[in-house]
Write a protein that binds this ligand. Structure first.
Ligand SMILES: *Cc1c(COP(=O)(O)O)cnc(C)c1O
Length: 396
């Protein structure tokens, strides 16, 4: 639950309006320390998965703690460069890279490009590149099917047989510097990691590869329910670190959610408390256009209204015209007044970065709190922004 003072949320809502993403920089710092403490016996490097949150200010903040960037698109790569990362601090991921993307990376020389398929090797042709092979180890990460990535029916990576084929036919312009696997997101059990990393280990040994590192991706799950339901780091330390140490190589991580998820709050205001014969609804000014995770993944986010008289059971719903635009169903909340501020917790990852203009919603602003003051790190979109790409004279 929130560790910031209520007044901070009221002040932010008043100063910047709602809906609003507020990030607690202190929490990001704590999460980075937690990761470093967990991995301290390992030779490791962390890359931040930018798709979780690509705000340049936050990227720069994380970079100041020695964290690199993981980009899954050319635009993410360019934003990482904009935020101050040098090419050798960036790892490139993604399936379906275009020839244009690949030529760009060949010029830039990022730390490594993770190759997703045999076909991608053909696409790279004779361009020089440092590469890692993204292995799909066919492991069930026991998470929501939409965020599982390492099963054989998922579109990501190559199976071990294909990887062997790639290794046997590797052209001289490509330097195989690593193996990569990322089996999914919001993983809270250790077994899937054990299974994946063990098979990666056997493969590396069998193939006698001379590598610079092994990249084990991200996926560490967080405590959305507020019941210690995130990944258990003690278990990670005891069960997984020994496997990772046995590679005798630096281990790279691509963590997104675990670093920024709990730092973010989506602040919203109550528009209406609606009572029907069947149900109560609290309608707020945020919606699935701002935070799509509940609608897309049935994701749970803790929600609270900062004050209210008695308690009620209600659905907290957004203002978009979709029945799926509900943040939480039948939860116990304070009966809020119109205009009361609500907090949607743990919205720092896959929140703003997945937002849209659906219903012609303008995207919210993003604000960082450094323990002392607010910093506006992205302005709210306005009406003109929504028409910015339309050529007026073609219509009138
Ligand atoms: C999304 C993604 C990550 C980060 O996942 P989290 O669950 O946010 O840690 C890491 N690596 C790759 C290749 C990804 O696509």
């Amino acid at each position: 639950m929130n560790i910031l003072d209520k007044d901070i949320f009221y002040e932010a809502a008043k100063k910047y309006g709602t809906p609003l993403y507020l990030y607690d920089l202190g929490e990001i710092k704590r999460r980075i320390k937690l990761i470093k403490d967990t991995l301290k016996d390992l030779n490791f490097k962390i890359f931040f998965a930018m798709k979780a949150n690509s705000n340049p200010y936050l990227l720069k903040f994380m970079r100041s703690y020695g964290i690199g960037a993981d980009a899954v698109s050319l635009n993410e790569y360019k934003v990482a460069r904009f935020a101050g990362f040098s090419p050798n601090e960036i790892v490139v991921n993604g399936n379906g890279k275009s020839i244009e993307d690949i030529s760009f990376y060949a010029n830039e020389k990022p730390m490594c490009v993770n190759v997703d398929s045999y076909e991608e090797i053909k696409k790279i042709g004779d361009l020089p590149m440092r590469i890692a092979l993204r292995i799909n180890p066919n492991v069930d990460p026991k998470t929501h099917p939409h965020i599982s990535t390492g099963l054989k029916e998922n579109k990501f990576g190559m199976d071990f047989e294909t990887a062997k084929k790639v290794i046997r036919s590797l052209p001289n312009n490509l330097r195989l510097v690593g193996l990569h696997c990322h089996i999914g997101s919001q993983i809270t059990e250790t077994e899937p990691f054990i299974e994946a990393f063990s098979s990666l280990k056997s493969f590396a040994k069998e193939e006698k590869l001379d590598l610079e590192f092994v990249n084990v991706g991200g996926g560490w799950g967080i405590d959305y329910m507020d019941k210690n339901d995130g990944i258990n780091l003690n278990r990670y330390k005891n069960d997984i670190l020994p496997i990772l140490s046995s590679f005798d190589l630096p281990i790279y991580f691509e963590l997104g959610r675990f670093i920024v998820g709990s730092s973010g709050y989506l602040l919203t205001k109550v528009k209406e408390v609606k009572r029907t014969p069947h149900k109560n609804f609290v309608i707020v000014d945020a919606s699935m256009a701002d935070l799509i995770r509940p609608a897309l993944y049935d994701a749970h986010h803790e929600i609270e209204f900062l004050s209210g008289k008695s308690e009620m059971i209600a659905d907290v719903a957004g203002r978009v015209c979709e029945s799926g635009d509900v943040f939480a169903r039948e939860i116990k909340i304070n009966v809020p007044e119109i205009g009361e501020v609500g907090l949607i917790h743990d919205a720092g990852a896959y929140g703003y970065s997945m937002s849209s203009n659906y219903n012609l919603s303008a995207r919210p602003s993003e604000v960082a709190f450094d323990g002392d003051k607010f910093i506006l790190i992205r302005k709210r979109e306005n009406f003109e922004d929504l028409l910015r790409l339309i050529e007026e004279d073609q219509i009138l």
